[in-house]
Design a binder for this molecule. Sequence first.
Ligand code: XMP
Length: 325
Amino acid sequence: MDPNKRPEDMERITTPELADAFIEKAVAELKAQIGDAGVLLALSGGVDSSVVAALLIRAIGSQLLCVHVNHGLMRKGESEQVVEVFKNKLGANIIYIDAVDRFLDKLAGVDEPETKRKTIGKEFIDVFAEEARKAQGIKFLAQGTIYPDILESEKGVKAHHNVGGLPEDLQFELVEPVKLLFKDEVRVVGKQLGLPDSMVYRQPFPGPGLGVRCLGAITRDRLAALREADAIVREEIEAAGLKIWQYFCIVPDMRATGVRGEARAYEWPVIIRCVNTVDAMTAQVPELDWPLLKKITDRILAEVPGVCRVAYDLTPKPIGTIEWE
Ligand code: XMP
């Protein structure tokens, strides 16, 4: 039997009871596979790696070492939430790495989108590899691979190994306990493992984070404005009880004229981007209520330093991709 193939008779995990049964089986298999060895996990705070971490904590407890790299491109409050949930609530063994300066120094002046992505990816591998070398007794690398990743890598769309490209001297055996699950099943399992809804139902967030939304060469002040504006958009859309696939902001590397009090202002625009989609291959822009858009706009203009204009992106995919870079 191909271990990377979902058996045809595998029941879809849709209920808490089915999730409990999956968890029980997965925990037993993880214990058998891992024995008393150490396992390393890059814990981004995304749904998949969070659920894998929670499963492993249940199976092997302190043999799991989680590494959370704060690359400075996380959303407001995200790194703090990872530490709060995993260290304080679940008692995980977690190393928090403040790599903000390191990433932002490397990214200074880098304005080409693909080069930005590569710079972020390479720096991530470097930071993670440094921690992996320091850790003792590690035999396994756990990853939040899910079934669509396997299907996509079979089609040659993308390589499914999330922390691919580790140096030669760091070759671990892989532990991928949710690799046969679809995203909705991972969420049901996560909920049963006690993860908070804000983590389990969180919207998709790209690996390079706010880096691909702070357009062109990233500067600290513009990144800070983006983070604040993004938090306002999330807060207001969630408070309105809307179910939207992705909702976020972009801050371009240009400025626009405005008036602030008596003086001329020359500050950044914020662009709000909301999309609904099933598979992210095509996407539609939802019609947001005018009072909600106005409330978000007023808050951004009042609360975010350096911003004097707000726009709503009406572009569907295609032609526009969901992200701007
Ligand atoms: P695009 O912009 O291609 O995005 O329409 C489609 C979906 O993929 C997400 N996305 C990424 N996710 N790493 C990721 O893990 C990335 O580099 C990346 N780029 C885009 C995007 O947020 C959307 O959900």
